[in-house]
Design a protein around this ligand. Structure first.
Ligand code: AMP
Ligand code: MG
Length: 401
């Protein structure tokens, strides 16, 4: 299979046909961070009646010329007032109270002086002053939040005002994570020979899945043994929506993952992309389950997880990929290393509203250098046709927050 253009591989993820989505109802505040599975339409006007926006005196605007008004009643918020405002009179009315029948304007307490039951107008107001019109916030029938929106704080508040106790959301996809490699030690596992290394991939992947709205299922490390890998991948496919593996997709004698993915009955969507790092990446599906084989190097698996796993998690709950691209100015030259789409860790700074990137303390070397992802990091993004750039030139940057 020829290596695919990076853009095509991303387009494939966006265009994947998904036959069924799972939804559930959640208590409103537990829905924070989920993708809404229904349109939220206003079932009433807010406010339903003209409402006072300040503490003051409700009156008929045309009476302003009288200069003084007779106080006839008091109207606290929440009260069902029967009294009406008549010619030359006013009713003391508070923030959130309905405007009394007959009134059209509110003069704030700060604009008047009161002598007994006479309210003297010291400062004038305009017609309708401090009255919230019917539907000021929203009108009945307004589409307030569309299906597919990620529920954040404002959505919780607006749904609460509509008395939506249990919004319908898309279930977050479950993502099984499995690292392969006979050299790998899990967290806490004792080292028994010098060739062993501590696995980081499955843990950073667990963090990525958690951060970007999937439900991680940590399956740990498996040795480069075809039978063990087959069992682990089959079990993982049975119990989750997405399986992410690391290692074993390259061309080495012990790279079994790429073969096992085919042998357990998955259809390969692509294998090999013109991207650096991570060119051996593999995406396959079995029905509505997906498996992504990431390369083993720590930097490669991290970057490719951000590029492919994160949008797939979003796709399976009809959400948008949360990672955004911006344009930034290079503080120093950028050296393009391969004729591939390249993702290079950089330091990102925001100076007087403009984004800048540099590579201070970023090491150049193999794709094992995970420490390049520390700090205020972002990924400089170049397409396969782009070349090296000079300081001062603009460059595209993928934000990780
Ligand atoms: P592979 O893709 O399996 O050939 O692995 C490539 C390189 O990545 C090797 O140097 C591995 O030691 C390293 N590597 C593989 N798996 C992990 C892991 N889970 N955590 C950290 N490094 C890994
Ligand atoms: Mg390996």
């Amino acid at each position: 299979m020829a290596f695919m253009h990076f853009d095509e591989s991303i387009e494939i993820i966006h265009e994947l046909r998904i036959d069924s989505y799972r939804t559930k109802k959640l208590y409103l505040c537990d829905a924070l961070g989920y993708i809404l599975a229904e349109d939220i339409v206003a079932n009433h006007n807010s406010p339903e009646y003209p409402t006072s926006a300040m503490d003051g005196y409700a009156f008929r605007f045309e009476d302003i010329k009288l200069g003084r008004l007779k106080l006839s009643s008091i109207n606290p918020a929440g009260s069902d007032l029967n009294d009406k405002v008549t010619v030359g009179s006013c009713i003391k009315t508070f923030t959130g109270s309905l405007m009394p029948v007959g009134s059209d304007t509110l003069i704030p307490i700060e604009y008047v002086s009161v002598e007994g039951d006479v309210v003297i107008i010291d400062d004038e107001v305009t017609h309708g002053f401090s009255v919230r019109a019917v539907g000021e916030n929203y009108a009945q029938g307004d589409l307030l939040i569309s299906k597919g929106t990620k529920i954040d704080i404002a959505q919780i508040g607006v749904m609460a005002s509509l008395n939506i106790v249990t919004p319908l959301v898309f279930e977050k996809p479950t993502v099984s994570i499995l690292s392969t490699g006979s050299e790998l030690l899990e967290l806490g596992e004792a080292q028994t020979n010098d060739a062993q290394i501590r696995s980081s991939n499955n843990y950073i992947l667990e963090a990525i899945v958690k951060k970007y709205d999937g439900i991680p299922m940590q399956l740990g490390c498996v040795k480069d043994d075809k039978e063990s890998i087959t069992t682990a991948i089959s079990d993982a496919l049975a119990q989750s929506d997405i399986v992410v593996t690391t290692g074993g997709v390259s061309v080495g004698d012990f790279d079994f993952v790429k073969d096992v993915i085919r042998e357990v009955g998955c259809d390969v969507i692509f294998k090999g992309v013109r991207v650096k790092p991570g060119q051996h990446i593999m995406l396959a599906r079995k029905g509505d389950k997906f498996i992504i084989g990431l390369p083993g190097f720590a930097y490669s698996s991290t970057v490719t997880a951000l590029l492919y796993v994160v949008p797939l998690i979003a796709k399976l709950q009809q959400g948008k990929c949360p990672l955004r691209k911006i344009s930034a100015t290079l503080k120093e030259p950028f050296v393009k290393r391969a004729k591939k789409a390249e993702f290079t860790a950089c330091n990102l700074s925001l100076i007087e509203g403009e984004f800048f990137v540099d590579f201070v303390d970023k090491k150049v070397g193999s794709s094992a250098i995970l420490t390049n992802m520390l700090g205020d990091v972002a990924l400089v993004t170049t397409s396969e046709d782009e070349l090296s750039k000079e300081a001062g030139e603009k460059i595209s940057v993928l934000l990780l927050d």
